[in-house]
Ligand binder design. Structure first.
Ligand code: CA
Length: 241
C-alpha cells in the first residue's frame, strides 16, 4: 500500500518524453501528491490496473498505444479512474475522441504546470463529489435494506438470497415505495421487453418475494385490488403505532 500524500491522492503520470515526465512528476510531488510514472501505453495499463491511483495524467502521443486507446481499454475493463489528457494536438476531432474514450479533461501542450495542477485539482474535486453522490447505493425501507451495487438484500439484519428477477422486482417496489404500481408497470420495468408480459408471472414473483422476506401476511408488499402492489414503509402505515 502506497503512502498517500497530504492531498490524499495518488497520481499516475504517463509520458514517454522523459524531461516532461520528470518535470510533471516532480512538480506534483512537490505539491504533495503521491506520484507513479509510466513511459508507454502498455506500462500505463499495467500500472493503472493495480488500482492504486486516483487520477491519471495521460499523454496522447505515446510510442505504442496512444493515450486515447489506453483510456478506452481502461474504461472497457470497468476502470473509472479520472483521466486528464496531455495533448499536443488541438484538432477538435482528437479531443472529441478523447472524451468519448472516457477522458475527464485535457491540457494542450505546451502547458504551464500551474494550469495542469488546476485541472487535476478540479477533476479530483468533481470525482470526489461524484463518489459521495453515488455512495447511497442502498435503498432502505424499515428493516428492509437493498444494496444496488452489491446486489444484496437484508431484512431485520439477516441476508435474504434472491434470484435476479426477485431482486429487480423488489428494487422496483422499493424505488416506488408507498406508491401503487400496476402489474403492467412492473412487467415493463422488471422483465425484458422481449418477455410476452404475463401478469400471472408478477403474482408468482410477488409470492416468492413475500415468502423470502417473511412477509406472509402481506403487510410489507400490499396487494391493492384492481390496481397492483405497493411496498409500504412502516412509518406510512397508519395502523401501526
Ligand atoms: Ca509523448
Amino acid at each position: 500500500m502506497e503512502e498517500r500524500g497530504p492531498h490524499g491522492a495518488s497520481i499516475l503520470v504517463v509520458e514517454d518524453e522523459e524531461p516532461i515526465r520528470e518535470l510533471v512528476a516532480t512538480a506534483l510531488r512537490f505539491t504533495g501528491f503521491t506520484v507513479g510514472t509510466a513511459a508507454s501505453g502498455a506500462e500505463a495499463l499495467a500500472e493503472a490496473r493495480r488500482g492504486a491511483h486516483d487520477l491519471v495524467v495521460l499523454d496522447v502521443n505515446l510510442p505504442d498505444l496512444d493515450g486515447f486507446a489506453v483510456c478506452r481499454k481502461l474504461r472497457a475493463g470497468g476502470d473509472r479512474v479520472p483521466v486528464v489528457f496531455l495533448t499536443a494536438r488541438d484538432d477538435p476531432d482528437d479531443l472529441r475522441a478523447g472524451f468519448t474514450g472516457g477522458g475527464d479533461d485535457y491540457v494542450t501542450k505546451p502547458f504551464s504546470l500551474e494550469e495542469l495542477l488546476l485541472r487535476i485539482q478540479a477533476v479530483l474535486r468533481r470525482s470526489r463529489a461524484r463518489g459521495q453522490e453515488s455512495e447511497p447505493s442502498r435503498l432502505v425501507c424499515g428493516d428492509l435494506v437493498l444494496d444496488e451495487d452489491a446486489c444484496q438484500v437484508w431484512r431485520g439484519g439477516a441476508e435474504v438470497a434472491l434470484s435476479p428477477t426477485e431482486f429487480r422486482l423488489l428494487r422496483y417496489l422499493m424505488l416506488n415505495r408507498d406508491r401503487v404500481v400496476s402489474k403492467a408497470q412492473i412487467l415493463d420495468h422488471v422483465w425484458d421487453y422481449a418477455f410476452a408480459g404475463d401478469p400471472a408471472a408478477v403474482e408468482t414473483y410477488v409470492s416468492y418475494l413475500r415468502r423470502k422476506l417473511d412477509d406472509r401476511d402481506a403487510r410489507l408488499i400490499r396487494t391493492v385490488r384492481g390496481f397492483g402492489y405497493a411496498l409500504r414503509t412502516p412509518d406510512a402505515d397508519p395502523r401501526r403505532p
